[in-house]
Design a protein around this ligand. Structure first.
Ligand code: EPZ
Length: 424
């Protein structure tokens, strides 16, 4: 198993290019199941998660080819048996989103329920209720969802009791081929939802209101192929921005969308970091010349609020801030697993349920650490970059799920960071 070694203390300087969004790419890949014509995705990240999804889609009969590094062609000309086995679903929750498209295209499907996850229970009840409202008959048996829609799916009025990104996307993926009109109320508004809707619309779907809390989908009888550019990864962009806040420096983050990170920019300005939109909002310059940032409180919220996927990285910055910060996690019930690991570097963090109090210390000191999920892992990298001495980050396969070329990109910015293979 590889690990990452960081000698902290270098400010970050230069330019970094952001990839397409993992969390959009995965659902766009599932959309390929809805058409027998090719879907060409450009600006595609190359990550363990996108490879895993490609594996599942290949099992379902989709031809998946990667071209020129960042282009992926998915062609679901004829599907195999609509069966997604446990081994191809359990590692990653987004794979469950194949259920709706399979049901819409084949009339039945058998998909393993996704496994538990380190950041909380993460059930799929809202996904299943949405599909049932559209006429699916679903039974849960031995860890599988067995779904059928003998008369096809039909439009429905679906009001989500709380905002769910995955359930909104799943309902949209199923409703595009359903008979009649579907209205999703209290829908998620994340840029990845709008990206999926834009792609489906160019395939011939009729979706209105994506990006707002009410989405209307008028079903069509079939969808064609298209060519779609994946939206930039706002979480990757925000992670580099927070790394600069932690280490100090001056970095231009390119190929991102400034407008997608308003809540982060608000918090970064509150802690004394300069944030400047450039190139008509397609790049952002982050400048931080103080030894320590100021402290600020934070609460995660669904978009356009502060993303839960940047909470761990913000906490890493707060570890060395001047003053105390209260961080409240409202999306997932167990997303402070990074706190005890950050404490190993000398951070002063107390967790009470969904709230963490971080009292900034003048210096962090390198230590061996490991993390249990993707964003937690990268928060340890950020803390390591800001710490004195050497930090060793273990279990870095989590990082490979969501950050392409992390060490390469950070090294190019001046960080002393390298990956070391460890004999097993
Ligand atoms: C997506 O997860 C992202 N994953 C997550 O990113 C992200 O943290 C999350 O949205 C919130 O922004 C992908 O897009 C692949 P939800 P998702 O449904 O769709 C509960 C990362 O690090 N819930 O919006 O699974 C759920 O438990 C990952 O890249 C139900 O109770 O998130 C959570 O508390 C981690 N029943 C809340 O809703 C359901 O049926 C929001 O989850 C569905 C969700």
């Amino acid at each position: 198993m590889d690990r990452i070694l960081i000698n902290g203390g270098n400010p970050l300087q230069g330019k970094v290019r952001i990839n397409g969004a993992k969390n959009s790419a995965l659902k766009l890949m599932a959309a390929a199941l809805l058409s027998d014509e090719p879907l060409v995705l450009t600006n595609m990240p190359d990550l363990a998660d996108t490879r895993f999804m490609a594996h599942l889609l290949a099992h379902l009969g989709v031809t998946v080819t990667r071209e020129n590094g960042t282009q992926m062609v998915l062609h679901a000309k004829a599907l195999a048996e609509p069966f997604a086995p446990y081994d191809l679903v359990r590692k990653m929750r987004a794979t469950f989103n194949v259920l709706g498209p399979l049901l819409a295209r084949c009339g039945f499907a058998r998909v393993s329920l996704p496994g538990g996850c380190a950041i909380g229970a993460r059930p799929v009840d809202l996904h299943l209720k949405a599909l049932e409202a559209m006429g699916a008959q679903i039974e849960l048996e031995e860890g599988y969802a067995l779904a059928k829609a003998p008369k096809g799916l039909h439009g429905a009025q679906i009001s989500f009791p709380f905002v769910s990104v995955g359930a909104t996307e799943h309902a949209m993926l199923a409703a595009v081929l359903a008979k009649g009109e579907t209205v999703l109320d209290n829908a998620a508004r994340e840029p990845e939802i709008t990206d999926l809707a834009n792609c489906l619309n160019t395939m011939g779907a009729k979706i209105e209101g994506a990006g707002s809390a009410s989405i209307t989908i008028t079903g069509v009888s079939s969808l064609g192929g298209t060519n779609h550019r994946v939206v930039p990864d706002r979480i990757e962009a925000g992670t580099y921005a927070l790394a600069v806040a932690a280490t100090g420096g001056d970095v231009c983050i390119e190929n991102c969308t400034y407008a997608h990170l308003g809540a982060l920019w608000d918090r970064m300005r509150a802690i004394g970091v300069s944030v400047e939109s450039q190139q008509e909002g397609k790049s952002v310059r982050i400048t931080q010349h103080n030894d320590r940032c100021a402290a600020a409180d934070l609460e995660t919220q669904a978009y356009p609020g502060f993303p839960t996927d940047l909470q761990a990285q913000f906490m890493a910055v707060m570890c060395r801030a001047e003053g105390a910060s209260i961080i409240r996690e409202t999306i997932f019930e167990n997303r402070f697993m990074h706190a005890p690991e950050l404490s190993r570097l000398g951070a002063d963090i107390t967790v009470h349920g969904r709230e963490a109090v971080v009292r900034g210390v003048p210096a962090l000191h390198g230590a061996p650490v490991m993390a249990t999920d993707l964003r937690a892992s990268v928060s340890l990298v950020i803390a390591g970059l800001a710490a004195q001495g050497q930090t060793e980050v273990n279990r870095i396969y989590h990082l490979d799920r969501g950050f392409e070329g992390l060490e390469r990109k950070l090294s190019a910015l001046g960080a002393d960071i390298k990956r070391v293979a460890v004999a097993t």
